[in-house]
Design a protein around this ligand. Sequence first.
Ligand code: FE2
Length: 182
Amino acid sequence: MPLTQPVRHTGPGIRPRCLDHVNLSSRDSEAISRELEAVLGLRLSERTTGHEIVWMRAADNRHHTVATVKGPSGLHHFSWEFASFDDFKRLGDTLDAQGRFLVWGPGRHGTGDNLFAYYIGRSEFMVECIAEMEVIEDENHQARIADPGENLSNPKVVNRWGALPPRLWTEHFMPFAASIAA
Ligand SMILES: [Fe+2]
């Protein structure tokens, strides 16, 4: 993703540096990840033991540009990259001032080692804000296999700081297209 935005800006609210990754929701995340590898050349950075979540990186070697999570077909969330954790404080205060709230976080994911905070956007998409994503420099990187625990209960994978995802996060997905009754 092109880094086209300056680190600091003078406007209201917060502004990301770039689009960071998408997390697809799929009934067969293993098959989707194989497809992404074959068609787009993405490489496997890490996956959970049962392919519940798969993280794939692109040419910039950031831990994941596309992730897939098992669930109904659609988009689970997309993410923006921010310059620093300071932006998360402003995010929380901005949402609060608008009568809204964070869904999960701030915290630090075990996979990707990135700082995170999630909220539901105006269009009802789940939005993740991240900083400090791991970069995999090793050309011979062996894909790691993480044990997420039952229902994402292993904090060292899910959130190293402890708070596990709420149902609002685990049950969220956005269909790719609305089904139209015949
Ligand atoms: Fe994410």
